[in-house]
Design a protein around this ligand. Structure first.
Ligand SMILES: Cc1ncc(COP(=O)(O)O)c(C=O)c1O
Length: 403
């Protein structure tokens, strides 16, 4: 007889929404499947050789230290590297004692949820927002409020209204090449947001895993650079190097560091000591720009190909974003379509995407799809988008008559 666990499961666990993306990833693993669903970097550009060399060097030179337990805050030279790199890129003033190395930036989100959210606390997210953040924060049972994105980033008027109505104190957002929309905040939005945050006493969780993958336009300083005392800036090596290394970081004000370290200790004691040293070796012995240039120029071509395919194969009236970096295009089908119905059919044609509803905490997203362009060659993108267009056409052939 099976044990009945249901009565033992916490409300916190029950509140975490299912990840449609992870479920699709399992189906889409078959080799003949074309998946635009996952948020996967392209493995063709993982720096295998250089990481292998870095690994060997660490094992040969510092193997015993690398295999030992270490401090919870993370490997100091790696924290110093992060500060040096971003202080010079964005004129920020980060110090290593404000950085905590995390198990991917995903862990930073969970830690910040644990730090800030009590049950039913209002929490503001962008609309749509990153599903992984919705999952991480859901475990702390907040009262979510989503604020629309314009083409220049979060809608500041709507944000101010929501702050006033809810008394929320925490905002979570992704100013660069947002997941899922690909939208970036303009420089003006960043500056005005910082003023608004300061005025209303709001903490901003600035999630920034894609900032190294800008393939068009001018790099913009993070919101953190305008208001370091009220912004927690989260970064990641997942897109810059590879996600399997599961290493990210956050930069938080002095006062929060001891509290976050207690949370980190309670959760996993420390991030992987060996891999932190390997990452540091890799970054020191190689020119990160050289590696990033290859990734960025490939992703730009893939993004352009996907947009060309949308114009060729998708119905009249489809609207899409045109990101300057990152890995996703957000597409809105004309009235009358339902992307949850489309996915059922497209899976039969062996092509996957993520229906928009996954990125909303309440209603919304039924005509949207998130399309990942980083993890497929241009040829595969054309083929997959053609199949997807044909699937959509089955629902409303009249919408395909081009004028
Ligand atoms: C917006 C956003 N934040 C955080 C993460 C998690 O990244 P990491 O691999 O650093 O945990 C992702 C991953 O796709 C993401 O898109």
């Amino acid at each position: 007889m099976n044990f009945n666990y249901e009565s033992l499961i916490s409300e916190s666990c029950k509140n975490i929404p299912r990840s449609f993306i992870r479920e699709i990833l399992e189906i889409a693993e078959h080799p003949d499947f074309i998946s635009f669903a996952g948020g996967l970097p392209n493995p063709a550009y993982f720096p295998l050789e250089q990481m292998n060399k870095a690994f060997q060097k660490v094992m040969e030179n510092d193997g015993r230290e690398a295999l030992q337990y270490s401090g919870s805050q993370g490997f100091l030279p790696l924290r110093e590297f992060i500060c040096k790199r971003y202080n010079s890129l964005y004129a920020t003033k980060m110090c290593p004692q404000n950085i905590i190395i995390t198990n991917g930036s995903q862990q930073a989100l969970d830690m910040l949820g644990k730090l800030f959210i009590n049950q039913e606390d209002p929490l503001i997210l962008e609309k749509p927002s990153y599903l992984g953040a919705i999952q991480a924060f859901s475990a702390y049972l907040p009262d979510f409020h989503q604020v629309h994105l314009t083409e220049n980033g979060i809608d500041l008027n709507e944000l101010e209204d929501v702050i006033t109505k809810t008394n929320a104190r925490i905002l979570y957002g992704i100013p660069n090449f947002q997941n899922p929309s690909g939208i970036s905040y303009s420089e003006e939005t960043r500056k005005e947001l910082a003023i608004l945050l300061e005025w209303h006493g709001i903490i901003f969780i600035e999630d920034d895993p894609y900032n190294e993958i800008r393939f068009e336009g001018t790099p913009l300083p993070p919101v953190f650079s305008h208001l370091p005392e009220q912004v927690i800036w989260c970064g990641s090596f997942s897109k810059m190097i590879a996600p399997g290394i599961r290493t990210g970081w956050m930069c938080a004000p002095d006062e929060l560091i001891p509290k976050l370290l207690r949370i980190k200790q309670a959760s996993d004691l420390q991030s992987n000591n060996l891999i932190q040293r390997v990452i540091f070796r890799f970054l020191n012995d190689n020119e990160p720009e050289e590696h990033l240039q290859k990734v960025k120029s490939a992703y730009k071509k893939q993004k352009d190909t996907m947009i060309k395919a949308i114009r060729e194969f998708f119905p009249e009236g489809s609207v899409h974003t045109n990101p300057e970096g990152g890995m996703f295009i957000w597409l809105t089908l004309p009235d009358g379509f339902d992307t949850e119905k489309v996915i059922e059919k497209s899976l039969q044609k062996k092509v996957a995407f993520v229906p928009g509803k996954s990125f909303f905490t309440a209603e919304g997203g039924s005509r949207n799809m998130r399309l990942n362009f980083s993890n497929a060659s241009e040829e595969i993108i054309m083929e997959g988008m053609k199949r997807l267009g044909e699937t959509i056409k089955e629902f409303a052939p009249d919408k395909f008559v081009k004028v």
